[in-house]
Design a protein. Sequence first.
Length: 91
Amino acid sequence: MSDPTPKFSVLADANIWISERLLQSTIGGALLYTIISSDSKILLPEIVELEIGTVLPELAERAVANIRRDIGLLKQISGLRISVSVPTVKA
């Protein structure tokens, strides 16, 4: 008797990989669970990998800038010394 769970392959473009935080989001987790439980595959074309390598560092730099800006606001509002360690550009 054959396995009742169909096997399939998922090919997501770079926008999906980025918007779902490299499949670490809730939806990405559900997809990973489905793929693992059905013994299926994720396909990652080299061009997607290259595009992610270009876009993610830019997003990370923006996130660090936002953290610094928001910490500055919290310091002004609260009057407290707030210290947060954020990654460097190199990291």
